[in-house]
Design a protein around this ligand. Structure first.
Ligand SMILES: Nc1ncnc2c1ncn2[C@@H]1O[C@H](COP(=O)(O)OP(=O)(O)OP(=O)(O)O)[C@@H](O)[C@H]1O
Ligand SMILES: [Mg+2]
Length: 324
């Protein structure tokens, strides 16, 4: 079964596409089989992964249409292309806007992507969904199909944080009604410039929101990364020695190891904490305290001590009275 990761934030320009493409290439470099699905009518990841669009026969739009009409899917080779970096992808085009409107009146419209991915999922270790900057039916389809979400937040724009609460609301609704196994892998800070106040301010605000985990890895603001959008290449092929290559590898163990073990949260004081360890620690402490408080033996002991104390107090007060 593949791990399906939605790269999602309703704010535009935060690095969803750049993250989708470069995370995919990083995983391919670790010998994983990866499929990127472009779920944005702007089709930016399609552009980077395949600059010559005339070579693409079928788009995600066509697959939504087939699912809607209940028809047969075309041959895989017609809608899955492979980039020069070895990433498989399903492209998108401007017609995805029409799909969004067309799906509005369909039954089971939220789970169409899940049905599209079901027959092809087993060929991959990871499927990465590059979402559009809005919460429409296509993005809900991504949340319904995904196992986890990465939320890129750009460190040079404070407005970027405004939509987070709203996004969380949709994630919760999706978890409750459509996809209970969906979870947030973490917030990924992008376009980070260490010495700027705005980066520090955005990071501090994100760290202080303890309900959402934050990846320890931050993606720095880099002209090389910005240029990849123009040259239509991943950072791995365009500038293999740049810092962003290391950052998108998410440490030595790669994303898989990171999402399992090294997902970290930093609090306001910048102390790195392992979320799982901390969670387990607090759970254990709470459980121990509760267990100690409510074991029958401890209740009996407490009652006996109280009785003994009352007897001692009574004796102290009553003894002088009896001698008067
Ligand atoms: N780390 C970075 N350093 C510099 N520029 C970056 C970085 N990450 C992304 N960019 C640039 O920021 C712009 C927006 O990035 P990207 O397209 O990945 O965002 P997005 O969230 O997918 O946008 P949209 O919401 O429109 O789909 C692009 O021009 C990209 O080259
Ligand atoms: Mg994008």
């Amino acid at each position: 079964m593949p791990k399906i990761i939605a790269i999602c934030n309703k704010k535009g320009g935060v690095g969803k596409t750049i993250t989708s493409v470069n995370l995919a290439v990083a995983l391919v470099k670790q010998d994983k089989k990866v499929l990127v699905v472009d779920l944005d009518a702007q089709s930016n990841s399609t552009g980077i992964l395949k600059s010559d669009r005339t070579l693409i026969e079928k788009y995600i739009t066509d697959l939504f249409e087939t699912t809607r009409l209940g028809g047969e899917y075309p041959e895989k080779s017609k809608f899955i292309c492979t980039s020069d970096d070895g990433v498989d992808f399903i492209g998108s085009n401007t017609l995805l806007g029409n799909t969004e409107i067309g799906l509005a009146s369909e039954m089971y419209r939220e789970t169409m992507l899940k049905r599209i991915l079901a027959p092809i999922g087993n060929f991959y270790d990871y499927i990465i969904l590059d979402c559009q900057p809005s919460i429409g039916i296509i993005t809900i389809n991504a949340l319904a199909a995904a196992d986890e979400i990465i939320i890129p937040v750009q460190a040079n724009d404070f407005f970027c944080l405004d939509g987070l609460a709203n996004l969380m609301k949709y994630i919760k609704i999706t978890q409750t009604h459509i996809n209970p196994s969906l979870h947030i892998a973490g917030t990924l800070i992008t376009k980070y410039l260490a010495h700027t106040n705005i980066s520090k301010l955005v990071c501090r605000t994100v760290y202080e929101n303890q309900s959402i985990p934050v990846f320890k890895t931050k993606i720095s603001l880099s002209t090389k990364v910005a240029e990849t959008a123009a040259v239509k290449e991943s950072i791995f092929s365009y500038s293999p020695k740049s810092k962003a290559v290391l950052e998108y590898r998410f440490s030595k163990g790669g994303y898989g190891a990171l999402s399992m073990k090294k997902l970290q949260m930093r609090m306001g004081n910048n102390t790195p904490l392992d979320i799982n360890q901390e969670y387990e620690k607090t759970q254990n402490n709470e459980n121990d305290e509760l267990a100690q408080m409510f074991t029958p033996s401890s209740i009996e002991v407490q009652a006996k001590i109280k009785l003994l104390l009352m007897r001692v107090i009574l004796k102290i007060f009553l003894t002088p009275l009896t001698f008067r």
